[in-house]
Design a protein around this ligand. Structure first.
Ligand code: ZN
Ligand code: FE
Length: 256
């Protein structure tokens, strides 16, 4: 049996909530509980006891279940120090470089602002799992509601430094729409064309396209590829600074 089990729970229209369970310790965390009901049902189904909420950022579709879960289970709520005031019920504040121990499963914390001012990601190195909230999506990145392109690029570079095999557990099923956009800015990327076809096939069957891997994202996600000459050329930004390229890619996606 693997040391850490991850259960993906689809909620609302396109959110993913994740249970992370350490088999040795019996501790269980829930990442970004948008709502409490489906989380409590999944816990009951698995026979697991919730010990922690791990929030990536303050948005309601990531923290909406916090208080009900805390009332029901007495769990500890962990969230970004940089945004502690906006995380309902926060008990433990974490920030860049901290290591959070979920019953022996260690998660390294990254500060990844851009989508919001205080956004963190949880990287479980041994389990090769990254919980990145709304910073990185399969073939996309989060909208820049509270941050700049430079901040977002700095954040995304932290993910680019991770091993290719790292699974990317993002918080929304946006992949098919992201693929359509990605193909407009890198139409000749053969890896992207092949991946888009796979995604269409999965969605036709109603199967999640998440998690992907850092390796797949590195090869096909335009927001991780501002140094691509083809991408730069299509944007009319050949030789431009990568932050400028990322900003233009994000701007075009916003109006796609
Ligand atoms: Zn969000
Ligand atoms: Fe969200």
């Amino acid at each position: 049996m693997p040391k850490m089990e991850i259960l993906q729970i689809p909620v609302l229209s396109d959110n993913y909530v994740y249970l992370v369970h350490g088999n040795a310790s019996g501790q269980t965390g829930v990442v970004d509980p948008a709502v409490a009901g489906p989380v409590l049902a999944a816990l009951k189904d698995k026979g697991w006891t919730l010990t922690h909420v791990l929030n990536t950022h303050h948005h309601g579709d990531h923290t909406g279940g916090n208080m009900e879960l805390k009332a029901a289970t007495g769990c500890t709520i962990v969230g970004p120090r940089a945004d502690a005031a906006r995380i309902p019920g926060i008990d433990v504040q974490v920030g860049d470089g901290d290591v959070f121990n979920l019953g022996g499963q260690k998660a390294t914390i990254f500060d990844v602002p851009g989508h919001t001012r205080g956004h963190v990601a949880y990287w479980f190195q041994d389990a090769e799992a990254l919980f990145c909230g709304d910073t990185l999506f399969a073939l996309g990145c989060g909208r820049l509601f509270e941050g700049s392109p430079a901040q977002m690029w700095n954040s995304l570079q932290k993910f680019l430094a991770l091993p290719d095999a790292t699974r990317v557990y993002c918080a929304h099923e946006y992949t098919q729409q992201n693929a359509r956009f990605a193909l407009t800015v890198e139409p000749d990327n053969r890896n992207l064309v092949a991946r888009a076809a796979q995604i269409d096939a999965l969605r036709r069957k109603g199967v999640p396209t998440v998690p992907s891997t850092i390796g797949e994202e590195r090869a096909t996600n335009p927001f991780l590829r501002p140094d691509s000459e083809d991408l730069q050329q299509i944007l009319g930004l050949s030789g431009a600074q990568v932050v400028e390229v990322l900003a233009e890619t994000r701007r075009r996606k916003d109006i796609f």
